[in-house]
Design a binder for this molecule. Structure first.
Ligand SMILES: [Zn+2]
Length: 534
């Protein structure tokens, strides 16, 4: 089995994506995850380009103990007409104190003459001198040949000359970069094949692609099939513009479909959790539709698929989801038939008879018609099924609730909205119909209507159901469903809560935003209480 090295550049190229920043702590945590996944190389950043990356390499030395991966510092070749031994960039690379370094080098005639404004001889000398210097300092040297494919199409002799300059001076890896991301798979295959034929076994050929044509993964595979032995990319395809090669996709393609060894034995199962962990750290959720690792990657919604998959797992799944640490998920919706409801009930552990399943299906159809969507609100779906099975006790019964919001206009300009909620509720140790049931009336203020209702209700029921104190609301999302009718539109509220041990999401839909919120809140508390009592 041929080994294909995985080089992760999430911490360098990946962080070029708009809207993402990482602290030094974030970067250290991500490096640990990448090591856990088992990539060969982790590119940590560009020491010297910013103080944060200097701090990263400094702390990495003391705080990281990588067991699988080699940390790499990134930099560039020396300046045109400069000297290697007094070049600040090269000096910073040495001071980062990593076993391997990766330097970017210009390998296209156009880039050397136009961007660097120097001669081709000097362009080749910059590579030769820099590699010799770093190699002489005992570093493993990888060279990122920027704009390689564009340059090769224009002047292949010069591009091959830059490769020779790197190899004869000690570079172990020549990474061909499709910097502008415009190359297609057949061109990558052709050019990589001729480079591999030229270089032979003197160095490993690597591939670094960007996804500007949507072909970064396909291009990387084409390069490997043409003889490349090293693939660069980022988890979840993070990166400038359309992103880099998505390692979460290319690794399983190479390893599971084509039989290359990318990760050590037993590591690819960690792919989904590491991809999500890294995404969470960078506060950028994994695209649900991402191949292999997305939450929808193995989710089945249509009734026909679900009943077929209930009989044979591989009927609608291209690989077993567990091989990449993901799982089959059945999405219940109005399209779902009896089989998906039955499977969902089995998954949760509810036993429903035929009539109860029909009830659930009827209820789902009605609610989805009103704008409910249970894909993201598993807790409301579970309550719906448990109610059909008669398993949900009544913890409290609300007689009425009232919310008042008013604005205090202050002449000094310090306007202030205040909100007050009044809740009338029946509770008792045996529920609102029990012997000791009582009516409680509570008033509370809040920073908004939902907060005020939540506070008043909790006060009203806390004596009878003290577990309510363990339930905390963590997120509140509002969406307008039919924008055309503007303020008269239907509102969908998703409410997320936690009790520390589990997280859940409930849903409420109404033309009245307070009612929608209340429905989601009531379900949220009932779900939480149900599981605290079990
Ligand atoms: Zn790049």
């Amino acid at each position: 089995m041929r080994i294909v090295e995985v080089f992760d550049t999430t911490l360098r190229d990946g962080l070029q994506v708009e809207g993402v920043t990482a602290t030094v702590d974030d970067k250290l945590r991500i490096a640990e995850q990448l090591d856990l996944l088992g990539v060969h190389y982790i590119e940590g950043g560009w020491p010297g380009a910013n103080p944060k990356d200097i701090e990263f390499f400094d702390r990495a030395k003391r705080e990281l103990s990588l067991s699988t991966s080699t940390l790499v510092a990134f930099g560039s070749t020396r300046r045109p007409r400069g000297k290697s031994d007094d070049d600040a960039t090269l000096r910073n690379l040495i001071e980062a104190d990593t076993a391997a370094v990766c330097i970017v080098a210009k390998s296209s005639e156009y880039q050397v003459t136009q961007a660097l404004n120097t001669t081709l001889d000097e362009g080749a000398a910059m590579i030769a001198d820099s590699v010799r210097f770093l190699h002489g300092e005992g570093r493993r040297v990888l060279v990122d040949l920027e704009h390689f494919f564009d340059g090769y199409r224009q002047n292949p002799e010069f591009s091959l000359r830059t490769i020779e300059a790197a190899v004869v001076n000690g570079a172990t890896h020549l990474v061909l970069c499709d910097t502008n991301g415009g190359t297609l798979p057949h061109e990558v295959h052709e050019i990589v094949s001729s480079v591999v034929a030229h270089v032979g076994s003197d160095a490993t050929i690597g591939i670094h692609c960007h996804d500007d044509t949507g072909c970064a993964v396909a291009n990387s595979i084409a390069a490997v099939q043409a003889g490349a032995g090293h693939v660069q990319g980022t988890l979840n395809g993070l990166g400038e513009r359309t992103g880099n090669t998505n390692l979460s996709t290319v690794i399983p393609n190479l390893q599971l479909k084509l039989g290359y060894a990318c990760l050590p034995e037993g590591r690819i199962e960690r792919l989904t959790s590491v991809s999500h962990h890294v995404a969470e750290t960078l506060n950028r959720a994994v695209n649900p539709q991402a191949p292999y690792v997305g939450s929808s990657a193995f989710a089945h919604k249509a009734g026909l698929h679900v009943s077929a998959i209930a009989r044979a797992r591989d009927a609608y799944e291209h690989v077993a989801p567990e091989t990449v640490g993901n799982g089959t998920r059945f999405v219940v919706s109005e399209m779902a038939g009896r089989a998906s409801i039955q499977m969902k009930a089995d998954e949760i552990g509810i036993s429903l008879d035929g009539a109860q399943i029909n009830d659930v299906i009827d209820r789902l159809k009605t609610l989805e018609h009103e704008g409910y969507q249970f894909e993201a609100a598993d807790a409301s779906l579970e309550l719906l099924m448990r109610r059909a099975a008669g398993e949900v006790p009544e913890f409290f019964r609300v007689e009425s609730l009232r919310v008042i919001t008013d604005e205090h206009r202050d002449p000094g300009g310090d306007d202030r909205f205040s909100t007050e909620a009044t809740v009338k509720v029946w509770v008792g140790t045996d529920g609102p119909d029990g012997e000791d049931a009582e009516r409680h009336v509570y008033v509370a203020e809040g920073n908004g209507p939902i907060n005020a209702i939540d506070t008043a209700l909790r006060k009203a029921i806390s004596q009878a159901v003290p577990e309510v104190a363990d339930i905390h609301l963590v997120d509140y999302k509002v969406r307008i469903l039919d924008g055309a009718t503007a303020t008269g539109a239907t509102t969908r509220v998703l409410l997320s809560a936690t009790d520390g041990a589990r997280d859940w999401t409930t849903i409420g839909v109404s033309t009245n935003i307070i009612e929608a919120s209340w429905l989601a809140l009531e379900d949220s508390l009932v779900y939480g209480l149900l599981h605290r009592r079990r």
